[in-house]
Design a binder for this molecule. Structure first.
Ligand SMILES: [Zn+2]
Length: 379
């Protein structure tokens, strides 16, 4: 039930056949507001009602088959909700295009705002924001003898392994034997850290993560970090203070705080980089116009945008180019263009499709400096 980045990227590549539309159905099912199935049904009924109204508004402009496809989407949604088990989801997104057999359901542990739309492509900005805030993260908790490894990815938490390593206690006895035991003890400790490093590296191969958080006593942190393989060392974003036998919930809670701080840091760091690069006329773009151009040229490495940022714009169905403002024809291919209400969602979708990272700032007006949207381009 976890949302997979690859699946969202695949979905970003989907386009309805000409003249047809995709239903994007986002339902807020947060447990505080909608604790019981009947509450969810009520929220669903209200949204599907909105959807029916909107479908009627646009059906005159659609072919009979395109209209039937939308009716099919809504009928399938009504069937689906009857058996849907929310488990611990707080949001759910459904994308459907009956005419092409598209049907994808993504449940999220975070809240999604209820909304429905009919567009030629799936509306993915809300899912991109979710992915941006739930980056795959590993947590290594270790003392001198034990290590525990957790992963947190798109709302799913897992403890991976438990292992014990024998470390002789430091002896207080004096003389020669103390030195010998001391050395032996240090040796065992290093051995243990190396083993923990090996596990983290192995984990990264099987379960790639972006960030690593280390739980260890203050005096051991540097040594552990220093001995990590350079490949994973770069991903350390912070430290937590927990006992090795702390309950999973406590460890995850502490790790979430570190991750939130790391996200804030990431956003402010990106704003600074974009400002610097754009100023030098180089690898950064500020604002919608230049950022769309960079996306059109497939140069965007990281797209950064303000959550909820929307702007009307122009899209060329022929060559897929995106433009701010209203144009008559496509400057790239001369083809006929379509004016769309939210070009930002199209930008997010195209970036996901092209494999760019998409980062979303949630703090209100965090991105004023770069006019709500910007990018770091490839070298
Ligand atoms: Zn074009």
């Amino acid at each position: 039930m976890a949302v997979k980045t690859d699946e969202v990227r695949d979905l970003a590549g989907f386009e309805a056949p000409e003249g047809f539309l995709v239903t994007s159905f986002y339902l807020d099912v947060n447990a505080d507001e909608f604790p019981a199935p009947e509450h969810i049904m009520k929220a669903f009924d209200s949204l599907i009602h909105t959807a029916e109204d909107r479908r009627k508004d646009i059906e005159d402009g659609l072919s009979h088959d395109a209209e039937e496809s939308l009716r099919g989407d809504l009928a399938r949604l009504r069937e689906w909700i009857k058996d849907w088990d929310r488990q611990d989801a707080n949001g759910v997104a459904v994308f459907s295009c009956s005419a092409s057999g598209l049907w994808e359901v993504f449940a999220t542990p975070t809240v999604l705002k209820s909304e429905v739309s009919f567009e030629p492509r799936p509306q993915l900005a809300a899912l991109a924001a979710f992915l941006s805030h739930t980056k795959p993260t590993a947590v290594l908790v270790t003392d001198k003898q034990h290590a525990r490894i957790f992963t947190m990815k798109h709302g799913e938490v897992r403890e991976w392994t438990d292992f014990e390593d024998f470390v002789p206690h430091r002896t207080e006895k004096g003389g020669w034997s103390q030195n010998r035991f001391q050395r032996r003890s240090d040796h065992w400790k290093q051995h243990h850290i190396d083993k923990a490093d090996e596990l983290v590296l192995k984990l990264e191969q099987h379960y790639p993560f972006d960030w690593l958080i280390i739980g260890a006593e203050d005096q051991d942190r540097n040594e552990i970090t220093d001995r990590l393989h350079p490949y994973v060392k770069d991903r350390v974003v912070g430290y937590i203070n927990v006992r090795i036998d702390a309950p999973e919930a406590e460890i995850v809670d502490e790790a979430r705080h570190v991750r939130e701080e790391a996200e804030e840091h990431l956003i402010s760091d990106l704003i600074a980089r974009i400002g610097e690069y754009a100023g030098a006329g180089g690898r950064g773009t500020i604002g919608l116009k230049d950022t769309l151009q960079a996306i059109n040229e497939q140069k965007v490495h990281i797209l950064l945008l303000q959550q909820g940022f929307e702007q009307a714009g122009t899209r060329c169905p022929e060559c897929g180019m995106l433009y701010s403002g209203q144009l008559e024809t496509c400057p790239a291919c001369g083809g006929r263009v379509e004016y769309i209400d939210n070009i930002v969602d199209a930008a997010v979708q195209k970036s996901l499709e092209l494999g760019s990272s998409v980062e979303v700032a949630t703090e209100f007006e965090a991105l004023e400096k770069i006019q709500c949207i910007g990018s770091v381009m490839y070298y």
